[in-house]
Design a protein around this ligand. Structure first.
Ligand code: HAM
Length: 420
């Protein structure tokens, strides 16, 4: 062991578990790739002001959790705590919205960083797969994204997740609600920090997890009663489209997300097997974000699903993904000459697209067969001096133990035929 360990709040992905993470990313992105979303990759860090303005000056993410730093050149940067602001920044910078093809639909997969108090399901380095549909106000787009996330989770075999849905209104009705909520909150018995939050971000108070606060919030005004007609109609249409697709959701008028850019549709995917960090994914509409970061009006919607928590959800439900064995054929050479011959066979198998591996390091038969077993290969090729003298290799089917001598020059074709 080295003297170094993975930093607090982080962990390494190692085989064989890492295969599950790859499969989860694949499963989440597959419905997106199948629905017109193109792949985007942005830097791991950005101008800190992008997140301060985009995610919101008063959010926990910006005030407490951001890895912000000054470079040697004096630039103020931050490791990305989320993907939406970066993706929109990149789309605006490349003028993707001017190509006359709105919405611009993008998907991404990567690492994100938040300086949070680590616990199960909450890490300082975590991984998301996300999607953003930029530049269109259309309830079918909100519905599409929710349906695709549902499809992704179902394709993984997850069943015990719930979809919470809400509308946060727009710049017309939200301020009216905000004022009513502020008035209500000012009449409550709250500590000083929470009182300050009433002025800056009163909706966040609704999200306070403390029981004594929640108790006082029972009669708080709900946004639903304040939605303007346009927001109400929009939300009803989103609900109708999702329902028509057979996707079950719960209306949750208390759902406020931890990022400030949301307008209208907001949703969260929660899994009940995860304890306190139950949100496996979340998203919503952010019609004002583009203007907040200096762009034109570009109503947009998106989500990000947490890969780490999705893997935890799979474990909580006891779902075993059907992952194909990474190796189909394992070669065991006995002696120098066999090593050269079988290495050549393995190389040719790989060139033909057959997943093959080799017993390296001059192992004896016993250790090499152990390695073959561990590899999960369906077939093992064994060859020693005597086999080579006869121009054959032994092809062993691991499950049955059945072994046949196959001519060296036809073994690649024979293995390929058996695997097909
Ligand atoms: P978010 O709700 O902050 O939204 O994060 C989305 C998901 O990332 C969470 O539901 C969770 O699964 C995962 N996640 C967040 N923080 C952590 C953490 N510390 N440890 C492990 N997993 C975590 C966003 O990030 C928005 N950008 C989503 C979005 C896209 N909205 C519109 N477009």
């Amino acid at each position: 062991m080295s003297t170094f360990k993975a930093p607090k709040g982080t962990y390494d992905l190692l085989p064989p578990d890492s295969a599950t993470y790859l499969a989860v990313r694949e499963a989440i992105s597959a419905p997106l790739r199948n629905s017109g979303y193109g792949y985007i990759e942005t830097p791991g860090f950005e101008d800190v002001a992008l997140f301060a303005r985009g995610v919101g000056e008063s959010t926990d993410i910006v005030t407490k959790e951001m890895y912000a730093f000054e470079t040697k050149g004096g630039d103020q940067l931050a490791l990305r705590p989320e993907g939406t602001a970066s993706v929109l920044r990149a789309a605006l910078e490349a003028s993707l919205h001017k190509a006359g093809n709105l919405p611009v639909k993008l998907w991404y997969s990567g690492s994100y960083y938040r300086y949070e108090r680590p616990q199960k399901g909450r890490y300082r380095h975590f991984s998301q797969v996300g999607a953003e549909a930029i530049g269109a106000e259309d309830p079918a787009l909100d519905a599409e994204l929710i349906i695709l996330a549902d499809q992704a989770y179902r394709s993984l075999g997850l069943r015990e997740f719930r979809i919470l849905l809400n509308s946060l209104g727009d710049q017309e009705c939200r301020p009216v609600y905000r004022a009513a909520l502020q008035e209500f909150l000012r009449g409550l018995d709250l500590d000083e920090e929470t009182r300050r939050r009433i002025d800056i971000n009163p909706l966040r108070v609704l999200d306070d997890k403390r029981a004594d606060v929640q108790k006082q919030l029972t009669d708080a005004p709900v946004l639903r009663d304040y939605l303007c007609d346009a927001c109400k109609a929009y939300h009803e249409e989103v609900r109708a489209l999702i329902s028509a697709a057979g996707v079950v959701f719960e209306d949750d008028e208390r759902l406020v997300r931890g990022l400030d850019y949301y307008t209208r549709t907001t949703f969260e995917f929660v899994h009940d097997g995860l304890g306190s960090q139950s949100a496996v994914g979340g998203g919503g509409r952010y019609d004002g974000l583009s203007e907040m970061i200096g762009g034109p009006a570009l109503p947009s919607v998106g989500w990000a699903l947490g890969v780490d928590r999705t893997v935890l959800a799979l474990r909580a439900e006891g779902v075993e993904l059907d992952l194909p064995s990474p190796t189909s054929v394992f070669a065991v050479p006995l002696g120098e000459e066999a090593r050269r011959a079988l290495f050549g066979v393995v190389t040719r198998l790989r060139q033909d697209g057959v997943a093959a591996d080799f017993a390296y390091g001059g192992k004896g038969l016993k250790a090499a067969m152990k390695a073959a077993n561990r590899s999960g290969a369906r077939y093992t090729l064994v060859a020693g001096e005597r086999d080579l003298a006869e121009g054959v290799v032994q092809l062993k089917e691991m499950e049955s133990g059945e072994q046949t001598a196959v001519p060296l020059d036809s073994v690649v074709a024979e293995v390929a035929a058996r695997l097909a």
